[in-house]
Design a protein around this ligand. Structure first.
Ligand code: SAH
Length: 241
């Protein structure tokens, strides 16, 4: 009698585990399909062409970077809240900003505004080293631990004020700023390598322009590329730069 009960218990456990692994597999496949659709409908249709960028957007699992209660919205065509009043950018904006940096596999890149860590993961697929700074401690620590769990060895996360850049690791081949100051921080201009590219949303709190900055013969060249709306770049006291 007892032996039979044991056997049926074991069978139910095995059945439960089998069903669980089937549903996890099905969910993973669903997310894979959603990612593919995100790439074709939101990125390719709007003109993103770089194959390495599209491949990185296909590969990085955006749903792992959003809070679990909105996981089903991870591949929507919009920014999403990530806590602390901050957002993970719309997939198109992530791809647009990444493509414009024309990254090479040997490049070292600085990101200001780690947030969820998603943009850092995309960059890490395309270049040699990523340095990323987040001012909100809870977000910085969370992103650092997630990126570690996901196996990224070429991303360094620092909690601090990104306005100052990361002088010890400078100069950088590329700089990407994902929070908006009213003008381009001088330390970031100084930390850009000769021939380097910076993409940064500059402007007022509710009207900003994504500006591409290139450094040629020590001089900065600015080109306005796209009107956008980013969260403000703030100092340690919460005041907008
Ligand atoms: N790149 C992020 C999105 C960032 S949202 C992602 O992929 O999820 C912008 C982030 O910039 C917020 O997390 C905000 O806390 C951070 N931020 C604002 N001012 C900052 C500063 N001075 N230095 C570093 N990070 C800053």
């Amino acid at each position: 009698m007892r032996a039979k009960e044991n056997l049926s218990n074991k069978c139910s456990v095995a059945l439960f585990l089998m069903m669980l692994s089937f549903s996890i597999h099905a969910i993973a496949q669903d997310f894979g399909r959603l990612r593919e659709k995100m790439v074709s409908d939101q990125l390719v249709k709007r003109g993103v062409k770089s194959k390495p960028v599209l491949d990185a957007m296909r590969k990085v699992e955006r749903h792992k970077f959003v809070p679990t209660n909105i996981i089903s919205e991870a591949y929507n065509d919009s920014p999403l809240p990530i806590g602390e009043g901050q957002t993970i950018s719309q997939p198109y904006i992530v791809a647009f900003m990444t493509e414009i940096l024309s990254l090479k596999p040997t490049d070292r890149v600085l990101e200001i505004g780690t947030g969820s860590g998603y943009q850092a993961a995309i960059l890490a697929e395309l270049c040699n080293e990523v340095y990323t700074i987040e001012i909100a401690e809870i977000l910085g620590l969370r992103a650092d631990s997630l990126l570690g769990i996901l196996g990224y060895k070429n991303i360094s996360v620092r909690v601090g004020d990104g306005y100052l850049g990361w002088p010890e690791a400078a100069p950088f081949d590329a700089i990407i700023v994902t929070c908006s100051p009213s003008r381009v921080p001088q330390p970031l201009q100084d930390q850009l390598k000769e021939g380097g590219r910076m993409i940064i949303p500059v402007g007022e709190a509710y009207t900003q322009e994504l500006v591409l900055i290139t450094k040629e013969n020590g001089k900065l060249k600015r080109q306005n590329r796209l009107p956008v709306l980013f969260v403000p770049m703030r100092d340690g006291k919460g005041k907008r730069y």
